[in-house]
Ligand binder design. Structure first.
Ligand SMILES: O=P(O)(O)OC[C@@H](O)[C@@H](O)c1c[nH]c2ccccc12
Length: 256
């Protein structure tokens, strides 16, 4: 049986084949995400995500007003906004990202399954300032090449891992920004315990983010000690007041 990730990657290959290689322009100028983490160690930072649907849940909020949602996140003081651009499994589009980037002055993360430079050039030209690279989607060599390409363009790169082996790879390529996904992309099972288990392997000088399954300030508190930020989609997309919800997740961290 093909797992979910294999299905997504097979489809992504088709999408990328049909894409043209754009000439990358300059990265949009905003105060960077890492800088925002550096400046705010005392509160858990939030990346609010725009996500209409997902393979595990189906429709989350298909009728969302993308601009209003992103503006609410920005008004709540999020450190970045993530926009899903995968059309097939997440019902997103690059136009969503462009719309958000044109209207907020916070970093914007292009959330997609990136396997090719063409996607990175498109991300920059659409206003993204951060891209996601998922260790489980790439060979170490391709991960390293795409990472270096993105950095050379002036992008920030969030490197996503799910287990200790992938975390070691993220450390080897010298990623500064590492996301621990609580969701297993092969089975879509979610456990916050994954972040807590891998926290012991964190290295000094890098910034770690806990991704997925954070639904309330209670869950935010659980990861706030070991993580600088959380990446939250579903809970914010389903809340009638996304601004208040995004603000409520910025809980106090106990920094020694
Ligand atoms: O909706 P949640 O459970 O708050 O999760 C957000 C985000 O972490 C999730 O969308 C995500 C994390 N890594 C990904 C990789 C691809 C697509 C989606 C994701």
């Amino acid at each position: 049986m093909e797992n979910f990730l294999e299905k997504i990657l097979a489809e992504k290959q088709v999408e990328v084949t049909q894409m043209v290689m754009e000439t990358p322009r300059k990265v949009r100028q905003v105060k960077g995400f890492v800088q925002r983490l550096r400046d705010n160690p005392e509160r858990l930072q939030v990346i609010g995500e725009v996500k209409r649907a997902s393979p595990s849940l189906g429709a989350i909020n298909m009728g969302v007003d993308v601009l209003a949602q992103a503006t609410s996140y920005a008004a709540a003081g999020v450190s970045a906004i993530s926009v899903l651009t995968d059309p097939v499994f997440f019902k997103g589009s690059i136009d969503d990202l462009r719309l958000v980037a044109q209207n907020v002055d916070v970093p914007v993360l292009n959330k997609d399954f990136i396997i090719d430079k063409k996607q990175i050039a498109r991300a920059v030209n659409s206003g993204a300032t951060i891209i996601l690279l998922i260790v489980a989607c790439l060979t170490e060599k391709d991960l390293q090449d795409l990472y270096e390409y993105a950095i050379s363009l002036g992008l920030e790169v969030l490197v996503e891992v799910h287990n200790a082996e992938e975390l070691a790879i993220a450390h080897r390529i010298n990623a500064e920004l590492i996301g621990i996904n609580n969701r297993n992309l092969k089975t879509f099972e979610v456990s916050l315990q994954n972040s807590l288990d891998l926290a012991a392997l964190q290295e000094n000088g890098r910034f770690y983010i806990s991704e997925s399954g954070i639904k309330s300030p209670v869950e935010a508190e659980i990861v706030a000690r070991d993580f600088r930020a959380v990446l939250v989609g579903e809970a914010l997309m389903k809340d009638g007041n996304p601004k208040a919800a995004a603000k409520g997740l910025q809980v106090k961290r106990h920094v020694d």
